[in-house]
Design a binder for this molecule. Structure first.
Ligand SMILES: [Zn+2]
Ligand SMILES: [Zn+2]
Length: 361
């Protein structure tokens, strides 16, 4: 039995290499102690994100051995300076623990307020990557400076529906917002049945866009349509996916293609789906050696834009949660435990993980 000074964590035990099979060991470790400007959070849930797998496989460079960055919990203890720095922070308040744990506030990204540059902070600290262990744990530490509060207005949204929004959901929402479409325009989500993809379909539909879901396999059609897709394109059908998108849009092509699929081929194919002045929005992370090729004339002739989106700010998280609160986006989740992380990651690596998994802590 665990003593009160320890907590349960899932430790990544496999080497962070592309061909490794991620393995985990659930252990009781000493509970972290907050520094003067930090808070101790008792996490209640954490959900599994595609980039947890990417990190386990070394795609995002060296990381720590406690992954996870979609945690929801309550403040359990305050560092010694916290009460004087911010008297509104109290034990018991609900917070999210997302990918960004801290930002510097002074680098060229942070000070670019108009571009909401903070999510690209050059000195940012990330969950599980630098100083702060991730959320596959009962307790974790967050700095006061970048506290992601979930205000009482969202008390009606349960933890398991908040967690998927903290990374996957806000990433999807911010990327779609960044395409700057007009309601009624066509938007393609490539990798639409994945964790971020399904949320992208749901947000895009809720935001008034007409959604074409693209993924591999006929069995994913029903799921994508249940999330709000008007059409489904199966890239394994043998018919050209670009041609199908152009036909479904009455020959116009899509105004934006949001890529959540982790395959270079998905990025390459997206050019065939774009209509005039279309935006190719990059979200999914590929292995370092992956390349996507374009000819400059494609951009010159078509007025295309290629851009990327990186998670979202704390304000974006709350904007995205408004959709959940209004029940126009409802994250579909399944429950798991820390002990099941290894098995779930294995399924994820084989593309067999349908729906979002939330681990009860
Ligand atoms: Zn910064
Ligand atoms: Zn993530």
């Amino acid at each position: 039995m665990a003593s009160t000074d320890t907590h349960k964590v899932a430790i990544l035990t496999s080497p962070q290499e592309p061909n490794a099979k991620p393995t985990f060991s659930v252990q009781n470790l000493p509970r972290p102690v907050p520094g003067p400007n930090e808070l101790l959070i008792r996490l209640s849930v954490t959900s599994l994100c595609g980039s947890d797998l990417g990190m386990a496989l070394g795609h995002m460079g060296p990381v720590g051995n406690i992954l996870g960055h979609e945690g929801v919990g309550k403040i359990a203890a305050l560092g010694s300076n916290v009460a004087s720095l911010d008297p509104t922070v109290e034990i018991g308040q609900r917070v999210g623990v997302a990918w960004l744990r801290d930002i510097c506030g002074v680098c060229p990204f942070c000070v670019d307020i108009a571009n909401e540059g903070e999510t690209r902070c050059a000195e940012a600290l990330h969950s599980g990557k630098e100083a702060y262990p991730g959320t596959f744990a009962e307790y974790t530490i967050v700095p006061l400076r970048y506290l992601a509060r979930i205000p009482p207005a969202f008390d009606g949204v349960p933890d398991e529906e908040v967690a998927p929004i903290l990374c996957g959901g806000v990433t999807a929402y911010k990327a779609i917002k960044g395409c700057r479409l007009t309601p009624g325009q066509w938007l393609v989500v490539s990798g639409a049945a994945g964790g971020v993809g399904a949320l992208a379909v749901a947000f895009a539909h809720a935001m008034g866009y007409r959604v074409i879901a693209v993924d591999a396999g006929a069995t994913k059609e029903a799921y994508c349509k249940s999330q709000g897709a008007e059409h489904y394109v199966d890239v394994t059908s043998g018919e050209d996916a670009g041609k199908q998108v152009r036909e479904l849009t009455g020959g116009k092509g899509a105004k934006a293609v949001v890529i959540t699929a982790t395959a270079a081929a998905a990025y390459q194919k997206a050019f065939d789906m774009l209509g005039p002045f279309g935006t190719l929005m990059c979200i999914s992370i590929l292995p370092e050696e992956a390349k996507v090729i374009f000819h400059p004339l494609w951009m010159i002739d078509n007025g295309w834009t290629v851009k990327g989106s990186s998670v979202g700010t704390r304000a974006d998280i709350l904007e995205a949660l408004e959709f959940v609160k209004r029940r126009v986006v409802i994250p579909k989740v399944k429950w798991g435990t820390l002990e099941e992380v290894e098995g779930l990651m294995d399924k994820m690596s084989k593309g067999q993980l349908e729906s979002k998994y939330v681990l009860k802590l």
